[in-house]
Design a binder for this molecule. Structure first.
Ligand SMILES: *Cc1c(COP(=O)(O)O)cnc(C)c1O
Length: 361
């Protein structure tokens, strides 16, 4: 059962045919404060690609130590929104213009020996390693096998050999091996990364993000208390441990509201056609899940319904054959739309109006 916050419902009641995003900044502030408290002693750099909305960044800023960006575009954006925030820069392919940003980055995440050779410096670098460790159960794997992300230990060794004579300063190791993992699985990965980094004698270790977000269980939360306690137990004096959560910080604060414009039965299946579409909220398509939602209005008996947008493609589906009590004119409030949602979506397809954006404080 999804409870729609009052402020979100207020937007829904006055929603017309143009969909809206609502970011509940008060909820985000409370959630980020809880994450900060649970992970005391560990540095947090928010992974900006999850949601770069300026007001989201301003809300998170007091609760994090820095921001992690993955492009020159994100770098310029966060510099304009939060000029004083330390910024880590990563990403598997960096252009010459991007490499020139290295001197103004707090940390530079080097992804290959060739990138290191192209890096003029000065730069404070972490070498991104892809360890051959099992990442089963992950929703996305960036490590644990052949991927374009980071280097295997042989690549790291090549970098270490060439660092001795350069203006580029080695600070430590970076790893972001998998996403969608619960605390025990992430701590097991941390053990592997810590053992590897300690073997190299570096004191700064970035363990990445990837904390699980369960779209099929909207009330569930990643166990930040267990993860924070586990990291504190593992930390050794003189070491800096850093994490880079994205999705698990901002997913819950976002809502996408859209009106039901048609309900019909076709070859026995009931469809609700919405005024918006997955060109505004692409998350359910990319993740292959049913996006959780609540209906404002309703009152009709719940029936299995497929909720679709109005794009001319059968892929424009938010949820398939889920029980829904809705009719024309009702508003569907999709929950968990605060991460990898608007900013990963193909907005211009079919030239529909863009949603309105509301920020609740
Ligand atoms: C995307 C990304 C993150 C954040 O991952 P989440 O699953 O959103 O927590 C962190 N670090 C790197 C290097 C990333 O690419």
């Amino acid at each position: 059962m999804i409870e729609v916050p009052e402020g979100v419902a207020a937007v829904a009641w006055s929603l017309g045919d143009v969909p809206a995003y609502v970011y509940d900044l008060a909820a985000l502030d409370a959630h980020a404060a809880a994450v900060r408290a649970a992970t005391e002693g560990v540095e947090i750099h928010y992974a900006v690609k999850a949601n770069p909305d300026p007001e989201v960044l301003h809300t998170l800023a007091p609760h994090v130590d820095g921001l992690e960006v993955a492009s020159g575009g994100e770098f310029a954006h966060v510099r304009s929104v939060l000029p004083d925030m330390p910024v880590s820069v990563g990403g598997p392919g960096k252009t010459a213009d991007e490499l020139a940003l290295a001197p103004s980055a707090y940390r530079w995440h080097v992804e290959s020996p060739a990138e290191l050779r192209r890096l003029a410096g000065p730069a404070e670098v972490l070498l991104r390693v892809n360890l051959d460790v099992p990442v089963s159960g992950a929703s996305l794997a960036m490590g644990g096998g052949a991927t374009p992300f980071g280097m295997d230990p042989a690549g790291v060794a090549e970098c270490l050999a060439s660092l001795a004579s350069s203006s580029v300063r080695l600070r430590g190791i970076h790893a972001h091996l998998a996403s969608g993992l619960a605390a025990p699985a992430l701590l097991a990965l941390a053990d592997a990364v810590l053992a590897y980094a300690r073997g190299l004698g570096v004191a700064e270790i970035n363990l990445g993000g990837g904390m699980a977000v369960a779209y099929d269980d909207p009330d569930a939360r990643f166990d930040w208390a267990a993860y924070g306690a586990g990291l504190r137990e593992r930390a050794r004096p003189g070491e800096t441990l850093r994490i880079e959560p994205g999705r698990a910080l901002t997913a819950y604060c976002g809502w996408y509201l859209t009106t039901v414009i048609d309900v019909k039965r076709v070859h026995g299946e009931r469809f609700a056609v919405l005024s918006g579409g997955t060109h505004h909220l692409r998350t359910p398509v990319t993740k292959g899940h049913d996006q959780p939602f609540a209906v404002l209005g309703g009152g009709s008996p719940a029936e299995p319904t497929t909720l679709v947008g109005r794009l001319c493609t059968p892929k424009d589906v938010f949820a398939r054959k889920v029980p829904a009590s809705l009719g024309v004119g009702d508003v569907v409030a999709f929950a968990m739309a605060g991460a990898y949602a608007w900013n990963i979506s193909h907005h211009d397809f079919l030239m529909h109006p863009k949603p309105a954006f509301h920020h609740l404080r």
